[in-house]
Each structure stands twice: as C-alpha cells, then as structure tokens.
Write a protein that binds this ligand. Structure first.
Ligand SMILES: Nc1ncnc2c1ncn2[C@@H]1O[C@H](COP(=O)(O)OP(=O)(O)OP(=O)(O)O)[C@@H](O)[C@H]1O
Ligand SMILES: [Mg+2]
Length: 390
C-alpha cells in the first residue's frame, strides 16, 4: 500500500524544478539564488559588520557640528561656503569661507546656504554636507549612517530636501530628529520619563520651544527669530541712534561681547567702527551693554511670546512637572546675558542655561545614534505628528 505523504516530512528524490547542469540539491534545500559578483558580496558582508561609522549632524544655520559615535564631537565649523561665481566651483567651506564673508571680490561669493534654519540654496548645502561628511569620515567606501537634526517647524518639502541632500552627499541611510528633542537629550534631560520637560533652543535662524514627555514632543513652536535677527536688530539700532552703518559680522561681535537682555550689574562698553551715513567716512562709536537691552527688545519679545504660547497650550499635568523641573535653554542665542533671568521673570518658572549650550543639539543627535536600529529611516513625517498634536 502506498505511504501517505505527511506535511513537513522530507520527500524522496530531487525536486522537479532542478535545472540541467545544477549541482543536485538535497531534499528540502531551497533553490539557489542568483550569485552577485564577488566584490558586491564582499562589500555587503563588510557593511553587515558595521565598518561604517554612524554620525550625527547638527545642520545649523550658523554652525555645523558633527558627532561621531564613540568619539563625540569631531567637527564644528560655521555653515558658510565660498563659491567662484564664474565657474560655480566651491572654493572654501567652513572657517576659511567665513573669513571671506563681506570681504569677497566680484567673482567670489561667500554664502550661508541655510537661512532661517532651512535649506535656501540646495546645491550649495549638498556640497557643504558632502564636505563635512568626507572630513569627518575620510573615504566613503563604507558610507556612514547619518542622523540629521531639523527644526520642529520644518515643512515636508524642506524635510525631503534635507534627506535628498544627505543621500546625494553619500549617506548610506539618513534619519531625522527634531531639534528640541535633540537639544533636550543633549542637555541631559530624561525625556523618556512620563513627566514634562520644557526646552528653549535659540539658534542662529530659528528658536524652537517644546514640551517633551515620554520621548516625544507634546507641544511645540518654531519661529524664525534667533541669533541672525539679534544681529539685524543691533545694526538697525546703531544706524538709528548713531547714524552709523555697521556690517553683520561687527553686529555679531558686539552681541557676543556685550549682548544682554537683562540689567548687567557691571555695564560694559565696546568701541565700534562703522561708516557715518552723513559724511560717508569711518566713525568710531562707543556702545554699552545697557543699550543692548533696548536694541534687542523686539526679537527678544517675540521669543518670550513663543515661550508663553507653548506654556498656554501645555496640558496642566505636564505644566506641574515643568514648574518642578524648570525650563532649560540651549543654543548660541541663549548665551545673551540674563536671558534665563528674563524668562524666569516673565513666566514665573525657574530657568537655566544648559552647560555647553551650543553643543547640546549635536550631543543629543549623537546620543540618539545608539538607538538607530529602532528608528525608521527617512522622513519622520512631522506633518502627520503635527496634525495629531493640533
Ligand atoms: N556668547 C554668545 N552670546 C550671544 N550670542 C551668541 C554667543 N555665541 C554664539 N551666539 C550666537 O548663536 C547663534 C548660533 O547658535 P547655534 O550654533 O546654536 O545656531 P545654529 O544651530 O547654527 O542655528 P539653528 O539652530 O537656528 O539652525 C549665532 O547667531 C551666534 O551669533
Ligand atoms: Mg541649532
């Protein structure tokens, strides 16, 4: 009597789909896949061994910081690119290009390809990311997996531009993280706990205010008012009060030197050179830190409004946590003298500036590289998240 075939039991003889000339397969052995060339197989194997390094990039309007897993911050340079306008060739990137800002002859233009926290000149940004990835990783035989930090108010189109630029610049896989989330992680806050934490990141192009809990952003606001607008406000003030024209770099230097938003116990002054608008000749003026409060009033008020608006929209339970934990400020803009004191006075919530405020976002982006395998590659679909939040 013929034996009944049972499922899972090996069948006798070779499977019928075996092709002529093939080495006979053992019973139950799957059909052989088409072989890749040896160098492709070798590369796939080596990639599997994770020879490539994971890097985190804080693609800032003013500064780009690169964090390498296991090494920390390996690169910090201004986001400036010098281009030969006749040939469209990139001449310098970073520090060297910054020296050229405002001092270039006709055929060279020194530009900041990121404005207001987003890519305004795609091709230049792409070249800049490529330059920084190469500088940090050396050759790209094993392309890195890259985590890039983006402002929380970014649109889907802008998000796609960042992803495309990173891919074209040689990233193997690209992941995105929201700036306030990275800032909070970098400032040492435990954002994964079931309690509210509030962070205010004042960069060069954007100010991101967010309340985080259980690893996500609960309420947030991103405004395009930050360090660059402080510089413009100082330029306007000097022009209005002294009738003297100063450049962006001079305004930034004044801000870093004596910039204040709260009464300084010891008022400081700096001498500034500019061009007299009446006579057209150079003129020296002396500016004090007290005047800075008046000069910066407009952009600072806009930031305070954004903070208050986020507080108003924060669920009461989380607000209680924030009252207990306080507000943490990060980003270069938060280094203006007395910003934390001003926020404390306006909101009634104790506020502090994080240690190493400028590097917080890069450190946080770098720390999240440890969880890369749990994250989804590509766009984080902020717009969908935002719809849920509204
Ligand atoms: N000591 C300081 N006092 C005041 N402002 C400062 C100081 N140091 C840096 N800044 C300003 O901080 C800004 C840069 O900060 P940061 O590096 O956090 O910005 P970014 O990350 O490049 O920008 P964004 O996050 O908006 O894309 C610049 O406008 C710079 O002038
Ligand atoms: Mg930033």
């Amino acid at each position: 009597m013929p034996q009944k075939k049972t499922e899972g039991q090996p069948q006798k003889g070779y499977p019928p789909q075996q092709r002529a000339g093939e080495r006979p397969r053992r019973p139950g052995q799957p059909a052989a896949k088409k072989k890749l060339p040896w160098f492709r197989r070798l590369r796939a194997r080596l990639r599997g061994l994770q020879f490539s390094r994971n890097i985190g990039i804080d693609l800032g309007t003013a500064t780009v910081l690169v964090y390498m897993q296991g090494k920390g911050i390996v690169l910090q340079e201004p986001s400036v690119v010098a281009i030969d306008t006749n040939t469209d060739r990139i001449l310098k990137v970073g520090k060297e290009a910054q020296q050229m800002l405002g001092r270039t002859p006709g055929n060279i233009s020194a530009v900041r390809p990121l404005r207001d926290g987003v890519i305004s000149q795609y091709d230049v940004t792409l070249k800049m990311i490529q330059y920084f990835i190469r500088k940090a990783c050396g050759n790209l035989f094993f392309p890195p997996r890259v985590m890039i930090c983006i402002p929380s108010g970014i649109t889907e189109v802008e998000e796609r531009a960042v992803l495309d630029a990173a891919h074209a610049a040689g990233a193997q896989k690209t992941y995105l993280i929201e700036e306030p989330k990275a800032a909070a992680i970098g400032a040492g806050l435990n954002i994964y706990a079931p309690e509210g934490n509030m962070v205010v990141d004042i960069g060069g192009g954007t100010t991101d205010v967010a309340v985080l809990s259980l690893g996500g952003v609960v309420v947030s606001e991103s405004i395009k008012i930050a360090g660059d607008k402080f510089d413009e406000a100082i330029m306007r003030y000097v022009r209005r009060k002294y009738n003297v024209l100063i450049g962006e770099r001079t305004a930034e230097a004044i801000k870093k030197h004596i910039g204040a938003v709260y009464d300084h116990p010891k008022a400081q002054t700096v001498e500034v050179k500019g061009r007299c608008l009446n006579k057209g000749l150079p003129k020296l003026v002396s500016i004090s830190s007290k005047e800075m409060i008046e000069a910066l009033a407009e952009p600072v008020t806009a930031i305070l409004d954004a903070i208050c608006s986020v507080i108003e929209r924060t669920p009461p339970e989380l607000l209680g946590d924030i009252l207990k934990n306080g507000i943490v400020m990060t980003g270069g803009g938060s280094l203006l003298y007395g910003f934390d004191q001003l926020v404390t006075r306006v909101t009634g919530i104790s506020t502090r500036v994080a240690e190493d405020a400028v590097s917080c976002v890069a450190i946080g982006t770098g720390k999240s590289l440890d969880h890369l395998d749990m994250l989804q590659e590509g766009a984080i679909n902020l717009s969908r998240e935002r719809k849920v939040r509204l």
